[in-house]
Design a protein around this ligand. Structure first.
Ligand code: HXC
Length: 518
């Protein structure tokens, strides 16, 4: 075994860094230590447990030295605030995870919990270190356990900075935000070679688990970034938005109170005029809801999460009067903003994140319903839609909903209606709150007697529209707080959130925990 003095370890580490840096640069990538330096504030990193060495002797490992057991761990600052970090070194045995490598990661997560700060993992690993057998699997188990322990208490961020194979995928899968980098990230349970051997499918690693696949299709990745630099600066931006632990008020409230925040809340009133121009005249025409979000939130303050996945719903962090706010908005410009399995999952996970960290919720509703048809039914739209309902109903943070246009059927209820305990629900004058659209309703009620397209059919549609497709019926029933003009929206939202600043949740039933339909 390697008996080394403190000076030896330090010298070895520097030369290992140097060799590794050269290797990684040849591949067009940063080395594990350079990644930490690029992510953290300058000269703020403190490395810990750098002397750790594996104790495996199988498969010639007794002759193999793996400095710091292939993972650099420690702490430093981002935007002046404390974070814990680990970075796997691919140049050392492929960043593979042996028992002590795993323990170092599990320990830094635990240290972050104790210090109450975010933990960021820079993942670049071939998975369980094969030579260490079951001991390597144990290392993963320890990490998963601590990921779950930390969940909802400190933010956990995973950067996929290379290959992430086998056991290496499940820790990112548990964490709150997964960042991928174009042409760099690979994330799969088994790589292309194993897929060919096991199920005889020819596919490239990139097509199997590349950055785009996970950002656009699987939904595993929340952020798709251009390169490593873009990735680290987006992580830094995210950390400027979110509370750094449950109960943290530094990032939650405005910069007047807290010196750390990088921004000043500014809201340009001129934006309010624009809001009336965004909705098209015809109810059937689409628009981009980002325009509305921009009109309602502090200037330049929207960080979209899961931007490439389930685009029919938009979720992200903004600020209203400087206070961090989770925004959930149906995207009319993509599939008409309909709710399907993926959109429900995406929104539900975001809502639960915000609720865990006391981030108030602003919901912008324009939804024609849940997507009908055998494909969605077989994928389990009932199970997935139920997650959305559950997440909204369970959340106890301040909740304000604005119905912009359509709010039909179950989707109206699911999008943070008063019945799911929204604190305030505002509806624009031209909005339509109904069981369903006029065409479908008249077809069901009169389809046997009236032919679609005839004058009688159209008359019935108009009658239905007049009676039901407005916000007034819901307002009369007390299901809408106020019917408002679009230009009033920002003021109403500001006043509502300000009123709710000290909100404490009401009804509580004693139980261990609910059973969310996962
Ligand atoms: C030990 C490994 C390793 C591993 C890579 N290496 N993965 N050593 N255990 N899991 C070593 C290689 O032998 C090589 O060593 C060096 O790392 C670089 O690897 P290359 O293959 O040359 O690199 P590259 O071509 O870039 O391919 C990267 C890769 C590939 C895609 C990650 O190495 C790969 O497919 N590895 C195995 C992935 C996998 O199936 N893992 C699952 C493990 S089981 P030298 O000495 O030549 O430089 C698992 C289950 C855990 O993780 C479940 C927990 C619940």
């Amino acid at each position: 075994m390697f008996q080394k003095t403190k000076q030896d370890i330090s010298k070895t580490k520097q030369s290992v860094y140097q060799t590794g840096i050269e290797k990684q640069h040849k591949r067009g990538r940063l080395h594990a230590i350079e990644r930490i330096q690029a992510l953290l504030d300058k000269d703020s990193f403190n490395e810990i447990y750098s002397g750790v060495q594996h104790n495996c002797s199988e498969f010639g490992m007794d002759k193999k030295e793996i400095p710091y057991d292939g993972v650099i761990t420690g702490f430093g600052t981002i935007n002046g605030r404390q974070v814990a970090v680990y970075s796997q070194d691919f140049t050392l045995q492929g960043g593979s995870l042996g028992f002590l490598h795993g323990r170092k990661i599990a320990d830094i997560i635990e240290a972050a919990v104790n210090a109450r700060c975010p933990v960021i993992g820079i993942n670049d690993s071939g998975g369980a270190r094969i030579q260490e057998g079951v001991n390597a699997l144990a290392g993963y188990g320890d990490i998963f356990y601590n990921n779950v322990l930390a969940s909802g208490y400190i933010p956990q961020i995973s950067i996929i900075a290379g290959s992430c194979a086998g056991g290496a995928v499940y820790s990112p899968g548990i964490t709150d935000f997964v960042f991928t980098v174009k042409s760099l990230s690979l994330l799969f349970v088994t790589g292309a070679k194993v897929v060919k051997a096991a199920v005889n499918i020819d596919i490239s690693d990139e097509a199997l688990g590349g950055a785009e696949v996970h950002a656009q299709k699987s939904g595993v990745a929340h952020f798709l970034t251009e390169d490593e630099k873009d990735c680290f600066s987006t992580v830094r931006r995210l950390l400027d938005f979110i509370p750094h632990y449950y109960g943290d008020t530094v990032n939650k409230y405005g910069p007047e109170k807290h010196k750390f925040l990088q921004h000043k809340p500014v809201f340009s009133k001129s934006k309010l005029k624009k809001i009336t121009e965004i909705l098209p005249e015809k109810q059937t025409q689409c628009y981009d809801v980002h325009g509305i979000i921009d009109c309602l939130t502090d200037d330049g303050e929207f960080l979209e999460v899961h931007a490439e996945f389930a685009k029919n719903i938009v979720v992200g962090f903004a600020r209203i009067d400087g206070i961090v706010t989770g925004v959930i908005a149906n995207q009319s410009g993509y599939l008409g903003g309909i709710l399907d399995c993926d959109a429900s999952d995406k929104a539900a996970r975001f809502i639960r994140y915000c609720d865990a960290f006391d981030i108030q919720l602003l919901t912008l509703t324009d939804v024609p319903g849940f997507l009908p048809g055998p494909q969605e039914e077989q994928k389990g739209i009932i199970r997935h839609g139920a997650k959305l309902i559950y997440a909204y109903a369970e959340s106890t943070v301040p909740k304000v909903t604005v119905i912009l246009r359509k709010a039909y059927g179950g989707a109206y209820i699911a999008m943070c209606s008063r019945h799911l305990k929204a604190d305030f629900v505002f509806a624009w004058e031209s909005s339509e709150i109904a069981v369903m659209g006029a065409e479908g309703a008249v077809q069901i009620l009169y389809g046997k007697d009236l032919k679609a397209g005839t004058k009688e059919f159209e008359d019935k549609k108009e009658e239905y529209r007049q009676s039901f497709m407005n916000p007034w019926t819901a307002a009369k029933a007390g299901n809408i707080t106020e019917v408002i003009k679009p230009e009033e929206t920002r003021g109403r939202i500001e006043a509502a959130f300000s009123f709710l600043a000290e909100k404490k949740s009401g009804l509580k039933i004693r139980k261990k925990h609910g059973n969310i339909p996962l």
